[in-house]
Design a protein around this ligand. Structure first.
Ligand code: HEM
Length: 439
């Protein structure tokens, strides 16, 4: 086997960085046709090794978790706190995942479907025929309420309404500059001051949620409840600071992502009336009030969600810092370098996904894809904690909207990099047509 420190590549300059950030689909396709499965972009003493194939992704995600540190740890520590899953590595990360994973298991959400449907209905039932709206505004509101109710365990309207302001301010003030240039996380930098202020208000609000949860005698299986009762291997509970760091991580990781995926799914369905009709046919037996649990296993609904997340890969790349050597596709990559799996390149590989730029949900029915071929939630020991919740919420919300409304895109939408994730430039403009059954 060939053993060399780095695969072929080039020195990273500002233009390459700009293209990787702003044109990940075109740029990684070009890299793939020129370099194949692997390319290294060298910067000073280290390199970003970009993985462009499912086999490369498999080798990264099945590697020893101890061999990796999180990407951009310093930047994320300031933003989310030292107790955040995003920045924990090694044994601490393993313990934290063990503690939190049961709360995010799909079984744990069973029974919460009525809440998700109620939230989706609340934000869509007053839509007016003829109205043009930004789908993302609706889906952001839905996904925020779902996080507050299912994860933070808040049911009381007063606390919810305060939470809407406080949580929106946190995510709205998270500017990529303060993440990617951590030396700007200082009291003289206005963007940091704004974020820090929003985070302080968030901490106060979380403390109230914790207080109410501790005083409440109502049984709950919510995520916060589980965090409060969870114990580390040494028997210690999570401290309030650790809980707060995880809650802010969950908010930043799960709110906009799920909302964006939902907005794109509405766009794709609205732009492809034949696929929308197929979905309606599948949902028809469930009547005007689709049962949230019963629809979870519907094959075409599932295929629609997957195909939309493939076509619009929200997080085009998943990165790790190496702390041990990694044998990758015949190269021995040394510690101090970074690996970056390009989910975007894999999701648009025409050999895997013929006509990759088209929305064709049936491809997920006629063939099954491995976790290294379809990877919107990353993979391995850091795979997205909220993947089940996001899938659950997407299916229920889509079923609710599809059942009650006719709609179509009001404009062609384009993908741009928002902060860390990709998103629709104009938030998906939807024209609402007539209501369907039950409205
Ligand atoms: C469509 C929606 C979502 C997408 C596309 C998405 C995608 C991702 C990706 C690509 C990662 C990095 C995985 C890796 O490094 O291998 C990640 C991590 C994470 N996500 Fe999500 N996510 C979504 C929704 C959510 C939700 C709803 C939550 C929580 C309620 C959540 C919580 C997290 C957390 C905590 C991590 C860090 C995991 C760790 O480092 O151990 N995400 N997500």
């Amino acid at each position: 086997m060939q053993q060399s420190a780095l695969p072929k590549g080039f020195n990273l300059n500002l233009i390459h960085t700009w293209r990787l950030v702003n044109q990940p689909q075109d740029y990684t396709a070009q890299l793939k046709s020129r370099y194949g499965e692997l390319v290294s972009m060298r910067y000073r003493d280290s390199a970003l090794v970009v993985v462009l194939s499912p086999e490369g992704a498999r080798q990264v995600f099945t590697g020893d978790p101890e061999g990796y540190d999180p990407f951009w740890k310093v930047g994320f520590t300031g933003v989310a706190g030292p107790g955040s899953l995003w920045v924990l590595g090694g044994n601490r990360h393993r313990q934290e995942r063990q503690l939190l994973s049961p709360a995010f298991h799909s079984q744990n959400f069973r029974g919460y479907g009525d809440i998700v449907r109620e939230v989706a209905r609340k934000y869509t039932q007053d839509w007016q025929p003829g109205q043009t709206l930004r789908a993302i505004d609706t889906t952001l509101a839905i996904s925020l309420d779902v996080i507050m109710r299912l994860v933070f365990g808040v049911q009381e309207e007063r606390l919810l309404s305060e939470g809407r302001k406080v949580l929106t301010a946190v995510y709205a003030n998270l500017h990529p500059m303060i993440v990617f240039f951590p030396w700007l996380q200082r009291n003289w930098f206005p963007l940091w001051v704004r974020y820090d202020r929003a985070k302080a208000a968030f901490t106060k609000w979380v403390n109230r949620c914790l207080g109410e949860r501790r005083r409440s005698s109502v049984e709950s299986n919510g995520v916060l409840e589980r965090m409060l009762s969870a114990r580390y291997d040494n028997g210690a509970p999570m401290s309030d600071e650790e809980i707060r760091d995880e809650l802010i991580t969950i908010l930043l990781a799960g709110h906009e992502t799920t909302a964006t995926a939902l907005a794109w799914a509405l766009y794709d369905l609205g732009s492809n009336p034949a696929e929308l009709e197929k979905l309606r046919t599948e949902l028809a037996p469930f009547g005007s009030d689709p049962d949230p649990e019963a629809i979870q296993k519907l094959p075409f609904l599932n295929a629609v969600c997957k195909e939309s997340m493939r076509l619009h890969t929200l997080l085009p790349e998943v990165a790790r810092e190496l702390v041990s050597p990694l044998n990758l596709l015949g190269y021995n990559i040394l510690p101090g370098n970074y690996v970056l799996v390009s989910s975007m390149a894999i999701h648009h590989d025409a050999d895997l996904y013929p006509e990759p730029d088209k929305f064709q949900p049936d491809r997920f029915i006629t063939r099954s894809y491995t976790p290294f071929e379809f990877l919107p939630f990353g993979g391995g020991h850091r795979r997205c904690l909220g993947a089940h919740l996001s899938d659950y919420e997407m299916r229920i919300t889509l079923a609710e909207i599809i059942t009650h409304w006719e709609f179509e895109p009001a404009a062609v939408e384009r993908e741009i990099r928002h902060d860390i994730a990709m998103g629709p430039k104009n938030g998906v403009l939807l024209r609402i047509k007539e209501p369907r059954i039950g409205n």
